[in-house]
Design a binder for this molecule. Structure first.
Ligand code: ARG
Length: 464
């Protein structure tokens, strides 16, 4: 093939003349999918190895193609590869370069395959790699939370419902709630592997192929578990993209929730934590300000992730089978979601390493809002032979009394308590102690110190 001919598009015989420049601009995806060069080359190498094993191409041609592909990979790594928009995407860019390097034998590489199966094979391999990376990053957050938790088992703060003081909890227990969320995120990403590990290569454009290919061979060589079962579904399916974007969205949502908690706790009204200078920024006009911008970034970015999920759902809605150009946008959406999430995970980890709980303020806040009222009601059930509902009413009367007399529950004397419930003895006063309150929640999963220690040990073991 002459050099000049090679400058033309693959379809130049059928489609004479150049495509409108405008379409080249919007239709080309090379700026986005060049990220997949490694996967594309690996998949092509395995593809030609299979073609040779199946006696579809010769030994010599297989080796020539592999030589050319390896050379291209080196060029890309060394930034010496020239991507061209007119060849649309990573597949055509590589194929065109292969022609330049090895000549007309490059024409055999695309036997028994289409860009339609090629792209999803590359994309699935990339997603498997990214999934593992995200999960590794999530492990780092879990490790950081555990470090903070270990130092704060006996740090007492109010637990909230409706953002009103509810019951006292350990700060470690509170933070470890997020470990549970991040563990579920990891499991959600891992669940996606089941469909990601089905190999699309070999379904060709949409029907499969008349060549005697071996999809089980490429499946094994590429590290997939099994070949996909229906060729039409395979090229049309982007459920694995939705699953990934949904997993990213839920993980971003968790990050957004902890970011919001920290923003509230860091506010002057709450003042429960201090953020170090590393994770705050100043104001251009108010000299005193230290703003939690990074946390706001985390909260804001969840919106981008949800948007990406909805973009993909909308692209797929109403799309007939099988491949359409509409699907090409999946890469841009996923790459953005993936990058944003990884940034958010790194930032959250940085914030978690750069804050201190304001223990006195936490305790002070926990001492307000009659936070031990439920402990008193439980005490009455256990020691004074009352039903819980009766004990609840007696306790409510005691809270009313305290409120009217502008006292905290732990400031009430036994004489005052006896005015409302005469059966109470001095022993009851212990329930107003916050440490006692927290440590009494010994039920599995509760906030007692022993439970927390056991959970920390369990989480650490899981990380190994
Ligand atoms: N760049 C394309 C994409 O990402 C690859 C598949 C192209 N297939 C086609 N029939 N135009 O969707």
């Amino acid at each position: 093939m002459s050099k000049n001919k090679n400058k033309q598009t693959i379809w130049n015989v059928r489609i004479k003349g150049n495509t409108s420049k405008l379409f080249e601009k919007v239709g080309s995806s090379i700026d986005i999918d060049k990220k997949l060069y490694k996967e594309d080359i690996t998949c092509s190498i395995v593809h030609v190895e299979m073609l040779f094993r199946q006696k579809i191409i010769s030994f010599k041609i297989k080796n020539k193609i592999i030589y050319g592909l390896n050379k291209i990979e080196k060029e890309i790594v060394k930034n010496k590869f020239q991507y061209q928009k007119k060849y649309e995407d990573i597949h055509m860019n590589i194929e065109k370069r292969l022609f330049e390097i090895i000549g007309d034998d490059a024409g055999y590489v695309h036997t028994a395959r289409s860009r339609n199966d090629q792209i999803i094979t590359d994309f699935k391999k990339w997603l498997i790699k990214s999934t593992n990376e995200i999960n590794k990053n999530l492990d780092n957050i879990i490790k950081t939370i555990l470090k903070v938790a270990e130092k704060n088992i006996e740090t007492i703060m109010p637990g909230f419902t409706h953002l009103k003081n509810a019951q006292a909890v350990s700060f470690a227990h509170y933070l470890m709630a997020y470990i549970e969320m991040f563990k579920r995120d990891k499991a959600r990403f891992l669940n996606n592997l089941k469909s990601l590990q089905e190999n699309p290569l070999g379904v060709a454009a949409l029907t499969g192929t008349s060549f005697n290919i071996d999809r089980h061979f490429t499946t094994k060589k590429l590290g997939f578990i099994k070949p996909t079962s229906n060729s039409i579904d395979t090229v049309a399916d982007r459920d694995f993209v939705l699953d990934f974007l949904y997993s990213v969205s839920v993980c971003s949502l968790h990050i957004s929730r902890i970011a919001e908690e920290f923003i509230i706790w860091n506010s002057d009204g709450f003042n429960l934590i201090n953020l170090s200078n590393k994770v705050v920024t100043g104001s251009s006009i108010m000299p005193q300000k230290k703003n939690p911008d990074l946390l706001e970034y985390l909260r804001g970015k969840s919106g981008t992730s949800f948007g990406n999920l909805f973009s993909m759902l909308t692209i797929l809605k109403g799309l007939p089978l099988s491949y359409f150009k509409d699907l090409q946008d999946d890469k841009e959406i996923v790459f953005k979601s993936n990058e944003t999430l990884n940034n958010c995970i790194l930032i959250l980890n940085e914030v978690l390493k750069n804050f201190t709980p304001n223990k006195n303020k936490m305790l002070e806040l926990a001492n307000s809002g009659y936070i031990t009222a439920t402990d008193l009601a439980d005490y009455l059930v256990k020691n004074n032979n009352m039903s819980f509902r009766k004990a609840y009413q007696v306790t409510a009367s005691i809270v009313n009394y305290a409120e009217k007399n502008k006292k905290k529950l732990n400031e009430l004397s036994i004489i005052e308590l006896n005015k409302i419930e005469k059966k109470l003895s001095n022993d009851v006063l212990k329930v107003f102690n916050l440490k006692y309150s927290v440590n009494s929640k010994k039920s599995y999963g509760g906030t007692s110190f022993d439970n927390i220690k056991k959970m920390i040990t369990k989480y650490k073991k899981e990380l190994k």
